[in-house]
Design a protein around this ligand. Structure first.
Ligand SMILES: Cc1cc2nc3c(=O)[nH]c(=O)nc-3n(C[C@H](O)[C@H](O)[C@H](O)COP(=O)(O)O)c2cc1C
Length: 349
């Protein structure tokens, strides 16, 4: 019996669901298909796949790139010669009857380059635009839109999967090459700086009953208990699992604190301090490498500011006045700010 293996990572279920759609299509074609959650797999223990196994990878897009957990998994993945296909789920939206795509950035190309260098044959590259789960930026989409996006993309995914299991090729992801290359610099900055800063934007409000579900279920083990309350460490990849699954809806994005800490890190004091130093040392300021270094140094100052202020913020949350200020400046606490969770009458993954 022909065999296929799909490795996936999923924060809020989209990529898991896509892997399941692909698995079912494969089984209908007579394949034996395994779906493997990489967050529950020891990446160093994976052995070289047999040459005739079809391998699929599926993960969300984070910051125009792969989530770090997936990127690191791929780097450890053994060399091989089998056929590989790549699927990244993105932030799909719907405007009236128009389905709007997300942006892959480097996600697909990074996968493809790593596999080509490891000796694999890349036979498929496909983005799938399921509902955006990035709820610190916008409320979760309405159920009707979510259902419609799932229905629309299930068919397209099955069509793609049919091609993969019939030995055909499909490189639909390459249609976006130009725009993807243009936004790649942002992907690099997100990987080096942005993700660390975002990790420090979550907190559990006073309705948290310490059930510890967020800590137990975090796919990257990024949440720990500090002072008897959940505390988000820099390991957090903002996958949104905790925030969307908290039974008490207690996990919020601290927009007020975030803006304050950003302001502090870019405040005149810090910026002038750095500008003064660079002028004092007479560092060059007119070439691209210097600009990049400048961004990294400013980014490091930002990360450092969040490292220090987040801990202070965590303890200050015990002070009622401060807690109220943070509560009223966290937009996610309002009821209209929906969480993202895909449900149908019968199915809930
Ligand atoms: C931190 C973060 C960053 C994201 N960045 C992007 C992005 O760059 N481009 C995009 O199209 N979607 C982006 N999204 C949306 C997710 O990729 C998309 O909703 C995905 O389907 C979620 O998959 P999952 O449910 O398997 O975690 C981002 C979501 C999060 C939480």
């Amino acid at each position: 019996m022909p065999t296929a293996r799909i490795y996936y990572f999923s924060g809020t279920g989209n990529s898991k669901r896509v892997s399941e759609w692909i698995r079912k299509t494969g089984e209908n074609k007579g394949f034996s298909v395994d779906c493997i959650d990489i967050s529950k797999t020891e990446r160093r223990n994976i052995s070289r796949p047999e040459d005739d196994v079809l391998i699929g990878f599926c993960s969300p897009t984070h910051g125009f790139n792969l989530p770090p957990i997936m990127m690191h998994f791929l780097l450890f993945f053994p060399r091989g010669k089998s056929k590989v296909f790549i699927v990244n789920t993105r932030a799909g939206m719907k405007l009236s009857k128009l389905f709007l795509p997300g942006l892959s950035g480097m996600a697909q190309y990074l996968y493809a380059i790593i596999f080509l260098l490891k000796g694999y044959k890349v036979v498929g590259m496909r983005p799938v635009d399921l509902p955006s789960n990035w709820i610190p930026l916008h409320p979760g989409l309405k159920t009707k839109v979510v259902d419609s996006l799932h229905e629309h993309w299930k068919l397209k995914t099955e069509r793609f999967a049919n091609k993969m299991f019939s030995g055909q090729r499909d490189y639909r992801a390459l249609y976006d090459l130009v725009q993807d290359l243009l936004i790649s610099p942002i992907a690099i900055l997100y990987y080096l700086i942005g993700r660390f800063v975002l990790a420090k934007s979550f907190y559990a409000d006073s309705s948290c009953n310490n059930c510890d579900l967020c800590i137990k279920e975090c796919p990257v083990k990024a949440i720990k208990k500090v002072d008897n309350r959940p505390f988000w460490t820099f390991r957090c990849e903002s996958c949104m699992h905790c925030m969307n699954n908290c039974p008490k809806r207690s996990i919020q994005t601290a927009h007020g604190y975030f803006i304050g800490a950003m302001f502090l890190s870019h405040s005149l004091l810090l910026v002038l301090f750095w500008k003064y130093i660079s002028r004092f040392l007479q560092l060059p300021s007119d070439n691209i490498l210097w600009d990049f270094a400048d961004t990294l140094i400013s980014g490091s100052i930002t990360i450092l500011t969040f490292l220090v202020t987040y801990r202070i913020f965590h303890y200050l949350l015990k002070v009622p006045v401060f807690r109220e200020i943070i509560r009223y400046t966290s937009f996610t606490r309002f009821l209209f700010w929906r969480r993202y969770k895909y449900r149908t009458g019968k199915q809930r993954i």
